[in-house]
Design a protein around this ligand. Sequence first.
Ligand code: ADP
Ligand code: MG
Length: 305
Amino acid sequence: MKIVIALGGNALGNSVAEQKENAALTAKKIVEIIKMGHNVIVSHGNGPQVGLINLAFSEGKKVNPKVYDMPFSECGAMSQGYIGYHLQNAIANELAINHINKKVVSLITQVEVDKDDKAFLDPTKPIGSFYSKEEALKLGYPVKEDAGRGYRRVIASPKPVKIIESEQINTLVNNGFIVVACGGGGIPVINNNGHLEGIDAVIDKDYASSKLADEVNADCLLILTAVDNALINFGLPNEEKLTDVTVSKMKEYNLQGHFKAGSMKPKVEASIEFVQACNKRKAIITSIEAASIALKGLSGTTIHN
Ligand code: ADP
Ligand code: MG
C-alpha cells in the first residue's frame, strides 16, 4: 500500500534533544511499516517548533537591532528543514540497522490556500510572544487575549487547496524513496495570477496530510497521535473506543460533537474527506506505538467506506 503517515506533536517533543530522541523512536515504527512492504510518505506537525522560531526572532529583535521579525512562512520553512533533518537522519539510521537498502529524502513543501478563505477574516491561532495590551496594539498585527496569559499575535488557519509539490513527492515515493513532506501542514502560499507568494498563516497538518494523501492517490492515511483510538463520549464515564467505523457513521459522530476542535476533530474530518473520495481508501487514527498492528487491523480506529 501507499501510505501517508501523519505524525503528531508527541512524535517529536519540545526541545532539540527530546526531538532527536523521539524521532529515533518514531523511526523504528516507520521502518516496521516499511518492512511490511508499504511505500510511505511521512508528514508531521510543527506547532511548538514554529512557535519557538518565531518567538526567537521577535525576542531577539528587542536586544539586537540586527535581528528582525521573521515572516511566518519563512518560520514554517525553517521548521520543515530541521524537523525534516531529524526525521531523515533517524529513518536512515534505522534503515541501516535493519540492512534495508532504501533511501529517505525530505522535501520543503508549499501548500496553496485560498486568499479569500474566510479564516483570514477571523485569525484564531495564537503564536509567538506574550504582550501587554498596550504593546500588543502597537504591533500592527491582529492580536487576541490568550487564556488570561496576555496578548498574542493570532494568525489564520485556512484550508489547504493544493499541495504544490505533490507531483515531485509522488514521483519519489513511486520510485521507492521514503519521503518526508508537508511538514507543519506545509508552507502556506497564495496564488496571485500564477505567481505563488508566502502568506502569514498556519495550515492544520491533519487537513494538509489528507489533501496530500488524496493528491498522490494513497491507499491509506495513517494519523499517529497520543491515543490508540478515537473515542465517543470522550472523557465521560460511558466513553467508548471506536475500532472499525464507516465514513457515514463517523460523519454522524462528528456532527454529534464527540471530537474536540483543534485536536481529534481535524483528524476525523481529514479522514472522512480522504476516504469518501474513493471506495478503496481507508484512514486509521492510532498511536505511534500501535501503528503497525493497526495496519493489520488489530488496533486503532479504522475509517472505511
Ligand atoms: P497531535 O499533536 O497528534 O495532533 P492533538 O493533541 O492535537 O495531537 O490531538 C490528540 C488528542 O485529542 C488526544 O491526546 C486527546 O486528548 C484529544 N481528543 C479530543 N477528543 C477526543 C476523542 N473524541 N477521542 C480521543 N481523543 C480525543
Ligand atoms: Mg493536533
